[in-house]
Design a protein around this ligand. Structure first.
Ligand SMILES: [Fe+2]
Length: 272
């Protein structure tokens, strides 16, 4: 059985960007909320999704009103799908918890979800300006949650990648964390934060980083520059194997020939 989901990250929503810390940057790269709404339109074309995953930087340093704004958009956009959220370094846990969970708490947001047999473990890697941090306490909590295998396995989702290609940006975590994930039923890791699409292995576990939604980042060996690229990933887990396809939102691609795929080619042949 396959489980499919859209993985978005770094949507950086805000009701009003006039006073944001990156107002002039957003002036050049485009309004993040508009990009997110364009992505929602594209996601609606995928009829087989089981859930939506958004791995943090939900709100760009906003307050309660901004989280209400996000909640309303999500409820309107995906009334029939579970939407699973992690928090990023630009999020604020107190207003998030108040709006989404009706809780007064500043505790890091770690959670376990299960959708159609796939377990989704959420870790909050904190609010340090650059790299994330996972504590030994979080690892003990996670080990406890993973004691009993899930029917279709587990994916781990957190904002800051465990591995980025830039050692300073790698999440700080104890050295045997990859082994711990491998010893349990973790089949893939999904992250954001760096605003460009990246695939790697963390130990032996596939690690997918989605491109940013609010803005993108172009990299060369020694520099990272913000740009107007926005994308998300369509992900599928089948027989404990992940596949990921990036979907571009902006810049709007120039189109040439169109190939319509016949219905029968979209279906997998049944093997007797
Ligand atoms: Fe971000």
């Amino acid at each position: 059985m396959a489980v499919c989901f859209a993985h978005l990250t770094d949507i950086h929503l805000k009701k009003d960007y006039a006073t944001s810390t990156m107002t002039s940057d957003f002036g050049k790269t485009g309004n993040p909320t508009e990009k997110f709404l364009s992505a929602v339109e594209k996601i609606h074309a995928y009829e087989n999704l089981d859930f939506i995953l958004i791995t943090g930087d939900l709100i760009h340093e906003g307050d309660e009103a901004d989280y209400v704004f996000l909640k309303e958009i999500l409820e309107k956009s995906f009334p029939d799908l579970p939407v699973i959220l992690t928090l990023g370094n630009h999020d604020r846990v107190i207003p998030f918890r108040k709006v989404f969970l009706a809780e007064e708490s500043e505790e890091p947001y770690n959670r376990i979800h299960e959708v159609n047999g796939l377990r989704i473990a959420i870790l909050d890697a904190g609010h340090r300006p650059a790299a994330g941090e996972i504590s030994d306490g979080q690892i003990e909590w996670l080990k406890d949650q993973l004691k009993v295998p899930a029917p279709l396995g587990t994916i781990l989702a957190l904002h800051q990648p465990l591995i980025t290609g830039f050692p300073l940006l790698d999440t700080s975590v104890r050295a045997d964390f990859a082994e711990i994930l491998e010893q349990h039923d973790v089949i893939a890791i999904f992250s954001g934060h760096i605003h460009f699409t990246r695939f790697d292995f963390y130990g032996n576990v596939p690690h997918f980083v989605a491109g940013g939604m609010g803005f993108g980042a172009g990299i060369s060996p020694n520099r990272i520059v913000m740009n107007n690229h926005a994308s998300f990933n369509i992900c599928r887990i089948e027989n404990r194997k992940p596949s990921v396809v990036p979907v571009l939102v902006t810049p709007v691609p120039a189109e040439a020939q169109l190939f319509v795929i016949p219905e029968e080619l979209l279906k997998k042949p049944q093997v007797e």
